[in-house]
Every structure is written in C-alpha cells, then in structure tokens.
Design a binder for this molecule. Structure first.
Ligand code: ADP
Length: 257
C-alpha cells in the first residue's frame, strides 16, 4: 500500500503553516521528513495521521481519500508515534502495549494478541519492563514502549514524529535500523521526522526536506542532502564525505560564524 499527500496545506487558525505539499511514500519505503524547528514536520505528520484534517488538499491511501475511511480501518492502517506522549499513570507496560491491539479486539484478548504484544516488546527490548508502570520509566524507556505499542498495532503506515528524541545513541541507531528492516520486510511504509541527518542518510529511502512549511526538495537522501541544501535550509555548513560505508556528514559549523 502507498500513502500520498496531494497539494496539502495546513493552518492554525488563520495562520498558514504548510503550503502545497505533495509526495508519495510507497510500500517498503522509509521516508524522512527533515527541516529545522518550525518548518512543519510535526504538523505534516499530524495531518497525514488525520489528527489535523488538511486545510486543503488530500491524503490518499492507494488513491482513496483517507478522510473517507472508517475510524477502525484507519486505526488498523495508521500507527502514529507522537513527539510527546500522553499516558495514564500506574498502567503497566504490558497493558500499554496491549492498547495497540485494540482495533483488532472484540471482547477479549486472544493468544494471538498476546503473541503480537510479546513480539513487539522483544523487538523494542522492553520485555523486562512488562510489569513496570509507565510513569516509573525513564523518558527513553517510555519512548521505546510507545513504539512497541505501535508495532503491536501492525499498521500499514508508521508515522513517527522524532521518535528518537529521548533515546541514547545506541537505542537511536537500533530503533531506526529496526524500523527500516521491518518496513522493508513487511512492505509497510514509514514517514519519520528526524533531526539527525546521518540517520536519514543511512536508514531512509526518500527524503522530503521542508523549509518554512514548503517542500525545499524531495528525492533520495543522496540527492537531497547536499552541502548547499544543508546550508540553505538549516543555516549550517556541513562537510559531507563518502567512503566504503556510504555518504555521511563529517562535521557541522554554523554558516554565519
Ligand atoms: P516542526 O515539527 O518542524 O518543528 P511544527 O509543525 O511543530 O514544526 O510547527 C510548524 C509551525 O506551526 C511553527 O511556526 C509553529 O510555531 C506552528 N505551530 C505548531 N503547533 C501549533 C499550534 N498548536 N498552534 C499554533 N501554531 C502552531
């Protein structure tokens, strides 16, 4: 399945924040949304997740307008990991991840639901935390639990809003690498807002670079992430080098210093 934005614009009140955004995320693709603070990444992800219906334009799932979807079907298709989590204190990690199964449940939790939950906990390395309360975890542990909840949802589309912001280096790399593997294997699709351009270069298939709510560039990470683009969009001089591991950013410096 694929998901596309067709000339999507968005406003808060009368203030326009996204202008005419069009791109497609195909099955088996990880698409990075890049851009500095305030460029519109979160708003675009919320718009695709239908938390904020577009002010104009459409979100299309396999060519069909997503706004016409039944809410249960939408919950099965779209798994959203927000930047900030709302959680109920004194709920266990197991019960939190089980919420991901809700769109599939009738009256009771089945063995299949529990097997999917166990698998999701293991994938995010949080099995040991299953009996703990979510409010008693570190920010990074909680972030991994909420990603596990979304994995348990088994959606066709993963929408992740800076999911690695609280994670230490190892868990950042593991999370993005694991998600890329899942997306490639399942032929699902992920749209992920990222700050770390090296994660985008290494683990994504397509990049949509936003500047002031507009598409600055869209293409493969190698096409989009050039020294010129990083300077124009982020105001940063980047030194991009290439070796046998691929292309990566060696250093940054503010462009006005
Ligand atoms: P990013 O995720 O790239 O940092 P956002 O989507 O959060 O960007 O913000 C895009 C623009 O929308 C910014 O100018 C921001 O101030 C504005 N904005 C974000 N959320 C709200 C809101 N709830 N109400 C009004 N303006 C908002």
């Amino acid at each position: 399945m694929k998901i596309a934005t067709e000339s999507v614009s968005q406003k808060y009140g009368n203030v326009p924040v996204l202008h005419d955004i069009s791109f497609t995320a195909d099955a088996g693709e990880v698409v990075a949304l890049l851009g500095p603070n305030g460029s519109g990444k979160s708003t675009l992800i919320k718009t695709i997740a239908d938390i904020l219906p577009p002010a104009s334009g459409k979100i299309l799932i396999d060519g069909t307008d997503a706004s016409a979807l039944d809410p249960i079907d939408r919950a099965k298709l779209i798994g959203y990991v927000p930047q900030y989590f709302h959680y109920t204190p004194f709920t266990t990690v197991l019960d939190t991840v089980l919420i991901g199964r809700r769109p599939y449940m009738s009256w009771s939790v089945t063995d299949d639901d529990l097997a999917v939950v166990d698998n999701s906990l293991a994938t995010m390395h949080v099995t040991d935390l299953a009996g703990r309360f979510v409010n008693e975890l570190s920010g990074g542990q909680r972030q991994r639990v909420f990603i596990a909840r979304t994995l348990a949802q088994q959606p066709a589309f993963y929408l992740f809003d800076e999911p690695t912001s609280s994670l230490d280096l190892r868990h950042q790399l593991e999370t993005v690498a694991t998600m890329q593997k899942i997306v490639h294997e399942e032929k699902s699709c992920m749209i992920i807002a990222l700050h770390d351009l090296n994660l985008a270069l290494r683990y994504t298939d397509k990049v949509v670079m936003l500047k002031d709510g507009r598409t600055y560039a869209c293409g493969t990470p190698e096409e989009v992430l050039t020294e010129d683009a990083v300077r124009d969009v982020y105001g940063v001089c980047a030194e991009i080098v290439e070796n046998s591991h691929g292309r990566f950013i060696l250093s940054y410096a503010p462009s006005d210093v």
